[in-house]
Design a protein around this ligand. Structure first.
Ligand SMILES: C[C@H](O)[C@@H](O)[C@@H](O)C(=O)CO
Ligand SMILES: [Mn+2]
Length: 596
């Protein structure tokens, strides 16, 4: 089912592994082979667990010899650079010469695993190497197994495995960002500050570039037929079959005439093709004589302004946003795109960071309301029960809530959102069947178009996140792990119908932490959310997000992840161990952006 996608023309970064051993002849003879075997064991683990965005296994390179000093360290660095290595792991089982063997490219996420076997001073080397990294301002992740292992052991203990994979997922996500673009289609929407593109943030923290296209380019491409007509025909047929038009919420006199609705569907499909082509290019356009338009902008995330200059006159981009953000379309199952409505680029990046860690599609939503139990009782006559008994958040926005967010994919009978390579045709149809495409409200989207109306199934572990820019501080990341909930139908209707019920709703309950300044109360999450938007990923990925944020030198201002799961570079503990949050801020400030 998975279709090859032109968006991967540039290939993917690789993960490089550096075996390190003492060059003294007898020591090298004693543990050189063991070190290579440990490096290979780490490579096998990572290859089996870390995927490229297209679902293929990430490529891991083990340097062909043990690094014992500066010549091999330099040869390894040169080879890894040639191979496009974006993340490195150093493996050692004994002492070596930190200043001679260390990798000094501070832009490469780097972890060091010191085998904990006291026959050789592997842990001593690990500590000395970290001292060198910290003295030189090159933070690295330190992996040291809790329990002593026997020298003939090659298995990777559970605690080492967890840290190796957490580091690999986060480092690889950072590497996937590097050199790619964010594409703004249009400019600021409805006065939302999240639409302002801060190029310095993109270049210095993410290693990304920024591209801009006016929305009139979409009009030009529609009017001049600059899209693949064969694909358009298939897409429109698929859309007609699977995207079921729901009841028009407008008063009779305000409704768009049926023939114009038909045109709106065609426009909506063309907009989706064009937005995708603008993001990643399309070789078919060159075949059709549109060589320049075939290029695209190498964009791994984009935003469409929509409101109001487009939506007051043209069909809204809800279809474009919802279908591209989903893990499937008329071409079958494929990696979801990260497309923000209202051109909120900070939310697009929040979606992207989530996606590169979870590989699932994302739900873009307004953080619309906190419903206290008291308010629910006042409005519906009864209080919420179960995990919603202390209240819940209403997450809802027209547009880029992926249809995966219906929760119609299942694993072991439970609702989930899967990486696209696990989704089957039946699940695609179930997500589509659970979605009603409702004509837009004329008071907000006078140009027409179709919003997705669905309610996320309860019982899914999810993480809501948001990257904010704060003047005087810079980027900060916040997140809340929790669960989707389903409300009794009458309670759902009473609360949903007050809002914009033709939009996709997710009821969310954050995991609470009694006594926590924020997570003691659901209201605290709403009260401390830094923006109108959030990105919701499947899974409790908060610990991975925290590790990724530390790789990018972005402090985390709010989270509900247990302390034991938090994994940051070893240098962070030098900034204080009593208050990890304070240390995080000071370390990020001291090191500054990854790409300076
Ligand atoms: C800006 C939009 O017009 C509003 O409808 C509001 O729902 C938002 O989505 C704001 O983020
Ligand atoms: Mn919004």
């Amino acid at each position: 089912m998975t279709q090859p996608n032109p968006r991967y023309a540039g290939g993917f970064p690789k993960i490089g592994i550096r075996p390190i051993v003492d060059r003294r002849k007898l020591v090298k003879a004693a543990i050189g082979e063991m070190t290579m075997e440990l490096a290979q064991a780490a490579a096998d683990l990572i290859t089996g667990q870390i995927r490229n965005p297209d679902g293929t296994p990430a490529e891991v390179i083990v340097f062909d010899t043990c690094i014992s000093g500066m010549p091999e360290a330099s040869r390894c660095a040169n080879e890894f650079r040639r191979e496009g290595v974006g993340v490195i792991l150093t493996v050692a089982a004994g002492w070596c010469y930190p200043l001679e063997t260390m990798e000094t490219d501070s832009t490469l996420p780097h972890a060091v695993w010191g085998f904990n076997g006291t026959e050789r001073p592997g842990a001593v080397y690990l500590a000395a190497l970290h001292a060198a990294h910290n003295q030189k301002g090159i933070p690295a992740f330190k992996i040291y197994g809790r329990h002593i292992q026997e020298p003939d052991e090659r298995g990777i203990p559970g605690d080492v495995r967890e840290k190796l994979l957490r580091f690999a997922r986060a480092g690889f996500a950072a590497a996937l960002l590097r050199g790619k673009s964010y594409l703004s289609i249009g400019t600021v929407s409805m006065g939302i500050a999240g639409c302002i593109v801060d190029e310095s943030f993109y270049r210095r923290y993410l290693g990304m570039k920024n591209a801009y296209v006016d929305m009139t380019e979409v009009t030009r491409r529609i009017e001049d037929g600059i899209y693949d007509p064969e694909e358009f025909g298939r897409a429109l047929e698929w859309t007609t079959e699977y995207c079921r038009e729901g009841p028009d919420p407008n008063d009779e006199r305000e409704r768009i005439a049926p023939e114009r609705k038909k045109e709106n569907w065609a426009d909506s499909v063309q907009m989706a093709l064009i937005a995708r082509d603008l993001m990643i290019g399309n070789p078919k356009l060159a075949e059709l004589g549109f060589e320049e338009e075939a290029y695209g902008y190498n964009a791994i995330a984009s935003g469409f302004q929509g409101q109001r200059e487009w939506t007051d006159h043209n069909p809204s981009a809800d279809f474009l946003e919802a279908i591209l953000c989903s893990s499937f379309d008329w071409n079958g199952v494929r990696e979801p795109y990260m497309v923000a409505t209202e051109n909120d680029n900070l939310n697009a990046i929040s979606m992207l960071l989530n996606h590169y860690l979870s590989h699932t599609a994302q739900i873009f939503a307004d953080v619309r309301a906190f419903w206290s139990p008291e308010a629910v009782e006042r409005v519906t006559g009864r209080r919420p029960e179960g995990i919603a008994k202390q209240g819940f958040l209403h997450l809802i926005n027209s547009g880029p809530a992926a249809l995966d967010g219906t929760g119609e994919q299942t694993r072991g009978g439970q609702p989930v959102m899967k990486p696209h390579w696990e989704i089957d045709a039946r699940e695609v149809e179930a997500c589509l069947a659970a979605t009603s495409w409702r004509p837009t409200y004329m008071d907000q989207f006078a140009g027409g178009g179709y919003s997705t109306d669905f309610t996320t199934r309860g019982g899914m572990p999810v993480t809501m996140s948001r990257l904010n820019l704060v003047d005087g501080l810079g980027p900060v990341l916040q997140l809340a792990e929790g669960w989707t909930v389903e409300l009794p139908p009458d309670m759902h209707d009473a609360l949903d119908l007050r809002t914009t019920p033709t939009w996709p709703t997710t009821w969310f309950v954050p995991n609470l932490i009694p006594g926590d300044p924020v997570f003691d109360d659901v209201y605290g999450v709403m009260g401390n959310w830094g923006s109108n938007h959030c990105a919701i990923s499947y899974g409790h990925i908060g610990a991975d997000l925290i590790t990724l944020a530390s790789v990018l030198r972005i402090p985390v201002n709010m989270h509900n992840v247990d302390q034991e799961s938090i994994f940051r570079p070893s240098a962070w503990s030098a900034f204080g161990t009593k208050d990890p949050e304070d240390a995080d801020y000071r370390a990020c400030a001291a090191y500054g952006p990854l790409y300076k």
